[in-house]
Design a protein around this ligand. Structure first.
Ligand code: NAG
Ligand code: NAG
Ligand code: CU
Length: 172
């Protein structure tokens, strides 16, 4: 039984696109000083990065570094006191939506274009503007397209009884 539930859960995750993806930064070029300063921005434009995907920075240890930095530091090529990863390959999992910025801190490399900005979107996001992005963002005027989910209240009542009898039970 547990096996069947596991398989079903795996299928549902696949259908929802929740399976995390590794993105090899720079593809075959890896993480290095690029031949053109827009190399990593055009690589980033070709990616669809969702929450919990991983960036893989391929480089030889100490030849380059990876530092995740704020936008201003990215613009200025100044890592400040950011944590520096100098062991290659470095893998960084992006567990939040938003924009993230990475630079190499070896002298002159960032200025030569070894810098990367990526946007991370929610896993449910779709390029189709008519499809819902997150349930919380749906306008209340469209109940027909988005039928209300069943009220969870009965579940709570069902669970409250054992908890009130045995208050030391851990929450599930
Ligand atoms: C990330 O989003 C910002 C703001 O929407 C946009 O200006 C930028 O081009 C995007 N970058 C990538 C790599 O998609
Ligand atoms: C991302 O991973 C964390 C830890 O495994 C998990 O708790 C979270 O639900 C995941 N988020 C998404 C959107 O898959
Ligand atoms: Cu470098």
């Amino acid at each position: 039984m547990a096996k069947i539930i596991f398989v079903l859960a795996a299928i549902m995750m696949l259908m929802n696109g929740i399976v995390a993806v590794d993105h090899i930064v720079g593809d075959d070029s890896g993480w290095s000083t690029p031949s053109s300063t827009n190399f990593y921005s055009s690589w980033a434009d070709r990616q669809n990065i969702v929450v919990n995907d991983t960036l893989v920075f391929n480089f030889n240890t100490d030849a380059h570094t990876v530092a995740m930095v704020p936008r201003e530091a990215f613009d200025a090529c100044d890592a400040g006191n950011a944590e520096i990863h100098n062991v290659g390959p470095t893998e960084i999992t992006l567990s939040e939506t938003g924009s993230f910025f990475f630079i190499c801190t070896v002298n002159g490399h960032c200025e030569s274009g070894q810098k990367l900005a990526v946007n991370v979107t929610a896993s449910g996001d779709s390029p189709d503007p008519t499809s819902p992005i997150l349930p919380g963002q749906l306008p209340p005027q469209s109940p027909a397209r988005h039928p209300k989910t069943p009220d969870p209240q009965p579940h709570h009542l069902y669970l409250l009884l054992p908890y009130s009898l045995f208050p030391s039970w851990p929450l599930l």
